[in-house]
Design a protein around this ligand. Structure first.
Ligand SMILES: Cc1cc2nc3c(=O)[nH]c(=O)nc-3n(C[C@H](O)[C@H](O)[C@H](O)COP(=O)(O)OP(=O)(O)OC[C@H]3O[C@@H](n4cnc5c(N)ncnc54)[C@H](O)[C@@H]3O)c2cc1C
Length: 469
């Protein structure tokens, strides 16, 4: 626990994940005195059990793919093999390095970090309990940023070796020969992709009619094709009903209409639920909804004056960068700077499986469902020189624009990408969608050649009715 004697702060933040630490860092940079309470590790899910370790493992898989195909480029190596334990060690070094950096940053900004459990009581009093001690600190403002934990399925309780959630998956010390990934959302697809690239035989069991809900259908089709090529079996529209552990190792998963699948590992990846246990004492007006999310307005204000909530604990897209944006907005709001609420329909999404996926704004279907008449264009990476040079020609860019009365393409409503490094290429599409730019405006801008991002430019250009390649 901090040895600061302060008991009152301008801002007290409960939770030290992306939502909490972004609020703390941004608030401190605005000159506010800030306390942040964290019961586990500063950095939260994202840094310790989410974004960073998951992406590090995907990068190790990418290195394995690259080395496996090196001979195509005239680079001769021995046939590569995986030392998963070394992979996990590197993952941990990356996490530790980033965690150290974050702690230094917080110290540099003079954020008082309390190691303990925070509970909000009346009058913005927060009890901090930890290491056998308990103290009360107060905030001019309090920000709840308690995050989320993996959702579980009855009958599939994690045991750390045969049945795991993302929490345990990222620390597995050995690679399974076979795995069932229950849930084909972003996290499930990232894990399936990592495992399959490393040589595991993977089956995705998804209850919905398609994997990657929320993605444009054309994008999903590319991922499905690529996954099948890697040997991943995708079963959609099936529910799991239970599993029977084997006496030796692994288990048999029952699913669908009497089907079963014997695997070494089951990865349960069916979403995350808000974590608000022990967060609220009686006497505050903060409300939670029937799913457990803290209820807020568009500016993340709760029902209790002077108390805000951000990140996965509220019912907004569960993304670290959304939590960052909410934290910034809260500090601006409490400083009376009239922030613009986050437009949740237009935030950037990035899924780091192979091939990568990224998007902002409407898919073709969601635009039509919202009542838009649309014009769309698709361009494939196979015609992009840089994609062919790097040897990853699978994928496409799709742009959805509002149809003008004369039939031409107007405002850009959505940009959807799948293919090489598209998570790094979404910036222009994100700006176009959020700036409500038209196709004609964006088509004026030049893209570097040869580059993967040229495909975005080409796709926009084609919506003007003319094109180059
Ligand atoms: C495998 C995986 C991959 C992901 N990949 C991405 C990605 O690529 N990009 C992306 O944007 N998002 C990704 N996410 C989602 C991202 O991790 C979350 O959206 C983000 O961590 C939410 O931040 P948060 O601060 O709201 O919550 P959390 O990160 O969950 O942090 C909450 C913190 O609060 C602490 N806490 C809770 N209650 C209390 C209390 N009462 N007192 C004190 N401390 C408390 C917890 O210990 C925790 O440290 C991924 C998630 C997972 C699981």
């Amino acid at each position: 626990m901090s040895d600061e004697t302060n008991t009152h702060y301008d801002v007290v933040v409960i939770g030290g994940g992306p939502g909490g630490y972004a609020t703390a860092l941004y608030g401190a940079s605005a000159g506010l005195s800030v306390a942040m309470i964290e019961k586990d590790k500063v950095g939260g899910t994202c840094l310790h059990k989410g974004c960073i370790p998951a992406k590090e493992l995907l990068e190790s898989a990418a290195v394995f793919r690259t080395v496996s195909h090196a001979s195509e480029f005239g680079i001769l190596t021995q046939r590569p093999s995986v030392d998963w334990s070394a992979t996990i060690d590197r993952k941990q070094r990356v996490v530790d390095q980033m965690a150290g950096g974050l702690r230094t940053l917080l110290k540099g900004r003079k954020v008082d970090v309390f190691d303990g459990w925070g509970t909000l009581g009346p009058n913005r009093q927060v009890q901090v309990a930890g290491h056998g001690e308990s103290r009360i600190i107060t905030g001019g403002a309090v920000v709840l940023a308690s995050g989320s934990v993996p959702r579980l399925i009855p009958g599939f309780e994690p045991d750390g070796h045969t049945v795991v959630t993302s929490d345990e998956f990222l620390d597995l010390r050995s690679l399974p020969a076979t795995a069932a990934v229950i849930g084909g959302g972003a996290i499930g697809c990232e894990f399936a992709s990592t495992l399959a690239d490393m040589g595991t035989q993977v089956t995705i069991l998804e209850g919905l009619p398609k994997i990657l809900p929320g993605c444009d259908m054309d994008v999903t089709s590319v991922v499905e094709r690529a996954f099948k090529k890697k040997g991943i079996t995708i079963r959609t529209g099936v529910s799991v009903t239970g599993h029977t552990p084997s006496l030796s190792r692994g288990t048999t998963v029952a699913f669908g209409d009497g089907e079963s699948l014997a695997v070494d590992l089951v990865v349960v990846s069916v979403g995350r639920r808000p974590y608000t246990e022990g967060l609220l004492a009686s006497g505050t007006a903060v409300q939670t909804d029937e799913r457990g999310f803290v209820v807020t307005d568009a500016l993340c204000r709760t029902h209790e004056p002077g108390v805000w909530a951000v990140g996965d604990a509220i019912a907004t897209p569960q993304l670290a960068h959304v939590a960052f944006a909410e934290g910034i907005g809260v500090i601006k709001d409490l400083l009376g700077e009239n922030p613009t609420p986050v437009d949740y329909g237009k935030v950037p999404w990035a899924i780091y499986c192979n091939p990568e996926v990224s998007f902002a704004g409407h898919s073709e279907q969601s635009a039509r469902d919202a009542g838009y008449e649309v014009v769309t264009a698709k361009r494939r990476f196979v015609g992009n020189s840089r994609a062919v040079i790097v040897g990853e020609p699978e994928g496409l860019v799709k742009i959805i624009a509002e149809k003008r009365p004369d039939g031409t393409a107007g405002t850009i409503l959505g940009v959807h990408m799948v293919g090489p490094w598209v998570t790094e290429q979404l910036g222009q599409g994100y700006l176009a969608v959020n700036w409500e730019a038209t196709v004609d405006e964006v088509a004026e801008f030049i893209q570097p050649h040869p580059s993967l991002s040229e495909l975005f430019g080409e796709t926009v250009l084609s919506l003007t009715g003319r094109s180059l390649h």
